[in-house]
Ligand binder design. Structure first.
Ligand SMILES: Nc1ncnc2c1ncn2[C@@H]1O[C@H](COP(=O)(O)OP(=O)(O)OP(=O)(O)O)[C@@H](O)[C@H]1O
Length: 402
């Protein structure tokens, strides 16, 4: 009896996934066609089925429907091809828990299996260090690895600048870094956009020997910057500075070079949530579970319509927007079930005459593709994103069909 069943017609791939999972302590087996998969599901009722959308003779979506009917407790994760976002959405509507894009790194499969087992234990809600970063996109994996690397305990801790759009998780990454590098030391946060600069001295004194997170550092006045530099010199055990910023910083009249060089030793880029769609469902799930736990309620379930809606949205307000959306959905749901209509995203902030982010993005992609004569790899390079991300965005804007 196995907890995980891999349904994949390429035997070599199926075997390697199974042995990878088994080396990590999961019990797994595989089936190469729909008939044997169904027989094994009836016999074992596995916790998780990882199902290839394209099976030789059989249709993965049809098999998904049968699995859901035969074994409701079995979770199904669909493996789709690149650009098959419509298949992914259909799979979610058909009751799949999630989807993975092929070629799927084995680590992503292990992480999904791990998440499922964590869910079963109702654990994993409170995390520390790099594990605070929920998600299984390659960007989330890379971020956790960077936090572990930069946060290696050592005598000197370099200043670190975390750049990224609003609500993308910069402050969370800053806390994760502190917990990785020096969890026993004090942690203080100063928000340069809202806190009074008169409070800075006190905040720095309390952070001595630990970490000071400077949120929205680009908003700090020259006076405030000078104050920080002065205190850093006076303190025997000056705090490590971790700064976050939406805007690019450059030394010049607005920002003291000495402070910038102190902050910008290490660097982390937070990508927008739209570039890591694989993170949306795991993050939504943990937000909903935390709210339910705080209210003493059972773990909420997302219907397939809700999951599909979460995946279809672009999240211009990033993780903060997703958090807000889930908080509202949790207010509206009544029976522990979050359904499609409960998912109402606010979208980008109203900004007068400004074009929407969607328009800007569509414009940039179209320009890059026009300039490169439709060459996706070169267009992706011009835009500074991966080829996969560009293909995904093109699919969303239906550019490939134009
Ligand atoms: N990968 C993630 N996993 C779980 N929670 C996340 C993740 N990223 C962000 N969050 C949560 O989303 C919310 C917004 O993140 P955060 O405040 O860190 O964004 P930010 O980039 O610092 O925003 P701002 O630009 O407004 O300062 C927080 O509640 C944070 O804990």
């Amino acid at each position: 009896m196995s907890d995980i069943l891999i349904v994949e017609d390429e035997v070599v791939l199926a075997r390697s996934i199974v042995s990878f999972l088994e080396r990590r302590g999961f019990s797994a087996s595989y089936a190469v066609d729909a008939a044997s998969a169904r027989a094994m599901i009836e016999r074992d009722a596995p916790r998780l089925v990882i199902l290839d959308y394209k099976l030789n003779e059989d249709d993965g979506l049809e098999l998904l429907e049968r699995i859901r009917a035969a074994s409701p407790r079995t979770q199904v994760v669909m493996m789709t091809g690149h650009g098959d976002i419509d298949v992914a959405v259909r799979a979610m509507k058909g009751g799949a828990r999630d989807f993975l894009v092929k070629p799927t790194p084995l680590s992503a499969i292990a992480s999904i299996a791990g998440e499922l087992m964590l869910d079963e234990m109702q654990g994993g809600l409170e995390r520390t260090g790099a594990d605070r970063i929920v998600g299984r996109s390659s960007a989330a994996n890379a971020l956790r690895a960077t936090i572990r690397k930069l946060g290696k305990p050592g005598d000197t801790r370099p200043g670190i600048l975390i750049m990224g759009p609003e609500g993308s998780g910069k402050s969370l990454a800053a806390v994760a870094l502190h917990e990785t590098a020096a969890p026993e030391t004090p942690l203080e946060t100063f928000d340069c956009a809202v806190d009074r600069e008169d409070d800075m001295d006190d905040r720095m004194r309390r952070a001595s020997g630990g970490t000071l997170i400077l949120r929205h550092v680009s908003e700090l006045s020259l006076g405030g910057q000078a104050r920080i530099l002065q205190r850093l010199q006076q303190d025997d055990r000056p705090p490590c500075l971790i700064a976050t910023s939406v805007r690019h910083l450059s030394p010049g009249p607005g920002f003291l070079p000495d402070l910038l060089y102190r902050i910008q030793v290490g660097w982390i880029d937070m990508p927008p949530l739209a570039e890591r769609a694989a993170d949306v469902l795991p993050i939504a799930d943990i937000f909903a579970r935390r709210i339910a736990r705080d209210r003493g309620e059972a773990r909420p379930r997302f219907t397939s319509a809700a999951r599909a809606r979460l995946l279809e949205h672009d999240w211009p307000g990033n993780v903060a927007e997703l958090e807000n959306c889930i908080a509202r959905a949790m207010l509206e749901q009544t029976d522990g079930q979050i359904d499609g209509p409960h998912i109402r995203a606010i979208g980008a902030r109203q900004s007068g005459e400004l074009p929407t982010l969607r328009d800007i993005e569509l414009g940039a992609i179209t320009t890059a593709l026009t300039r490169t004569g439709g060459n996706v790899s070169r267009a992706a390079e011009l835009l500074g994103i991966s080829r996969d991300t560009l293909r995904y965005r093109m699919e969303k804007f239906e550019l490939s069909r134009r």
